[in-house]
Design a binder for this molecule. Structure first.
Ligand code: WTA
Length: 683
């Protein structure tokens, strides 16, 4: 089995070039940690009873005053090292030089699986809540180890090598977890692409990451509907010259065409040895990429490192939710999302926990699905999105009250701001007023939760993300980049540190990483969100301040949508804005001008183009990004310098015609009346 060398008694060797901490903190890095602490299998840390409590405050203060000691001790306790690190952290934020635990060697799959074998081989690691209700499957840590090893051996035979990028296009099922961990075992970087992306969306992400292999399934199943996933992969791979092999796992078992580069994963795994060596990786080697949308350009491959990410995912999972050994933790969402990575897979498995993989939807076969699953699987911590909560709230309390939800202890919310009505319903109807509610703010880029109450925190408000997690310094800046000190202030949210879980770069686009996150406000990591700190010091997220939409928790870049719309031969120009939606948070609202000579104001011709555009977005990006509304007009409101006034377009989309303000400075003020007239017809 995996052998561990305990070298903590060694004093760290610190090379001059990387010495960035003052000498006193270097001395602290050199603190010797006894082998007893390191060997300790008890991963629990004294838990503060309440987030706003003195215990939280003192731990938070320690994490800020001396981050190296704080995270250093945690890293020794929670991570299983093949070789200990020498330097706790070196961070030069301006150039995006972020390094944690330099010199350390470890393997992520060993940390998530092998580490637990002695103590909890027969404990349940995963419960797969399949689309078909009542047919859950349980996977113990022992089974997980053998599956991960078999898959790693299969991938190795199929040619996957250390540092290759492997794209996963899979439903939320155990094989997706095996695939993530098998890649990690071989030192390959996984890039999970959400199964809602179309063939073109998938191809763009494969090509951007230069992936060598794709892992997929024959067909997916969601809400009883079959999704032809292998077929989508075939279409995508036809446009991806870097792909050498496609590995197909079984989900429905229906026959699908297999070509010369396709391999039957299940067959190969059956014939593979259930033990596989694990590559010894450096702390800063990449564990995974996850593509996400920004305000400009193509999607960005956000890159996360191994040691820092694993530590941050496990610490946040444990503290925010108060996860205890034996608890059943459930993220009701997709693995293809960062939340699926950090709290469906890495956080719970690092902590030796039981994670529910939920393949279905909140409405299948009926609106009681979440609650029936909670009762049947005795879920203790439930984590989901405000979109799902709002949808279920609208169906009435009967669905919730039919089931025994007494196992629940912590209820989490993520992805968008949660409105007070949804928050109160979650707390009172689902949690019966006795569960902790944690509204967790974070991003793909931050790797784990950044601002949230901790479970048991009594000092919370409906809709406030509340307090920073350990090590996080949230700063509220004015438009000039000045930090707004004290309480009762509002501005943009930036983070003054780069903790262990932060993204390290945009894959093969480091300059873009700097431009997007680090140059807007030097010395800070810019989040793209607005925030306020109220009179009590609680933090509220006020929404994106850039052109990124958030539709049911999916981040969608307006520039990406506009590029697709503009590629239509009859479209001259377009602008996409978000419109408030009671369930999805936002919906996509597009304004389009057609090429000269196209029949403007001809309803039949326009309707054809609109239908065409909706289909095009579904095909090129994915159904979740399809605009709900499109207005064709012969002009869009512009400034004298030709810049489209999105502010006006947002007001028109919202139906707030009286709040449009002064339009006299526009180049073409008349067009606003036309837009309003067309918008009114939509009601
Ligand atoms: C938004 C999801 C308000 C925010 C983990 C952020 C939130 C974007 C919250 C990241 C919250 C996420 N309150 N807004 N609790 N959580 N957001 O990368 O705009 O898919 O920037 O990561 O979602 O979305 P992403």
């Amino acid at each position: 089995m995996f052998s561990m060398r305990v070298l903590w008694s060694r004093l760290p060797s610190v090379t001059g070039a990387l010495t960035v901490r003052p000498p006193s903190s270097l001395a602290r890095i050199a603190q010797r940690v006894s082998a007893t602490t390191f060997h300790s299998r008890d991963t629990s840390i004294d838990y503060p009873d309440a987030g706003g409590s003195p215990e939280y405050k003192s731990m938070y203060q320690r994490s800020i005053d001396d981050p190296d000691t704080f995270w250093g001790l945690a890293a020794k306790k929670h991570l299983l090292w093949e070789r200990p690190y020498d330097i706790t952290s070196s961070v030069f934020l301006e150039e995006g030089f972020i390094s944690w635990f330099h010199g350390g060697k470890l393997n992520a799959s060993v940390n998530c699986v092998d580490k637990h074998i002695k103590l909890r081989a027969n404990a349940t690691a995963l419960i797969w809540e399949k689309d078909e209700p009542g047919q859950e499957e349980r996977i113990t840590y022992h089974m997980l180890l053998s599956k991960v090893c078999r898959m790693a051996n299969t991938l190795r035979r199929a040619g996957v090598r250390k540092y290759d990028v492997v794209t996963l296009y899979m439903p939320t099922m155990p094989e997706a977890v095996y695939a993530m961990l098998a890649c990690a075992r071989l030192g390959a970087t996984h890039s999970v692409v959400f199964a809602g992306f179309s063939a073109d969306g998938l191809a763009a992400r494969i090509n951007s990451s230069n992936s060598t292999h794709v892992i997929t399934v024959d067909e997916g199943v969601r809400a009883g509907k079959i999704l032809p996933m292998k077929k989508t992969v075939d279409e995508a791979v036809a446009k991806c010259p870097s792909i050498k092999q496609v590995l197909v796992c079984k989900r429905t078992g229906n026959p699908v065409p297999m070509g010369p580069i396709d391999l039957d994963m299940n067959l190969e795994m059956k014939n593979s040895r259930p033990y596989s060596t694990a590559e010894v990786m450096s702390s800063e080697d990449l564990l995974f990429l996850l593509y996400t949308s920004g305000s400009t350009g193509a999607p960005k491959g956000i890159a996360h490192s191994t040691a820092g990410y694993l530590l941050y995912a496990s610490m946040t999972h444990k503290y925010v939710f108060d996860y205890k050994e034996g608890d059943v933790f459930a993220f009701f969402g997709d693995l293809g999302w960062i939340t699926g990575h950090s709290y469906g897979v890495y956080g719970p498995l690092m902590n030796g926990g039981t994670s529910v993989l939920f393949e279905s939807t909140p409405a299948y076969p009926d609106y009681g699905r979440f609650w029936e699953t909670v009762e049947r699987l005795k879920i203790n911590q439930l984590y989901t999105s405000p979109t799902a909560i709002r949808l279920l709230l609208q169906q009435g309390d009967e669905w919730v009250n039919k089931y025994d939800l007494s196992s629940l202890k912590t209820l989490g919310s993520v992805g968008e701001a949660i409105n007070p009505e949804a928050y109160n319903w979650y707390r009172d109807v689902v949690g019966k007023g006795r569960c902790s509610i944690v509204d967790t703010w974070w991003q793909t880029e931050t790797g784990g939760i950044m601002i949230s109450p901790l479970a048991h925190d009594k000092d919370t408000k409906a809709g406030a993300a509340t307090r920073p997690f350990f090590g996080v310094i949230p700063s509220i800046l004015d438009p000039n980049g000045n930090e707004l000190e004290g309480n009762d202030v509002e501005g943009v949210l930036a983070i003054k540190t780069a903790g262990p879980g932060m993204a390290r770069t945009i894959y093969r686009q480091h300059e873009r990483f700097l431009e997007t996150y680090l140059k807007p406000f030097p010395g800070y990591f810019y989040t793209g969100d607005g925030a306020k700190r109220d009179k009590d010091g609680h933090i509220w997220i006020t929404g994106r301040v850039d052109d990124v939409l958030n539709v049911s928790g999916h981040r969608i870049g307006t520039a990406e949508l506009e590029a697709e719309i503009n590629s239509h031969p009859l479209v001259a120009e377009s602008a996409v804005v978000g419109r408030h939606d009671d369930i999805k948070g936002q919906s996509v609202f597009a304004y389009v001008t057609l090429m000269q000579g196209t029949k403007h104001n001809d309803p039949a011709a326009e309707a054809d183009i609109v239908t065409d555009l909706k289909k095009r977005i579904s095909a090129k990006i994915g159904g979740f990004a399809r605009p709900d509304n499109v207005i064709c007009n012969n002009d869009l409101p512009k400034t004298n310098s030709g810049k489209i006034m999105r502010r006006i377009l947002r007001k028109v989309a919202a139906g707030e015609y009286t709040e449009i303000g002064d339009i006299s400075t526009l180049n073409n003020p008349d067009c606003v009346a036309n837009l309003i007239e067309k918008r009114k017809k939509m009601d």
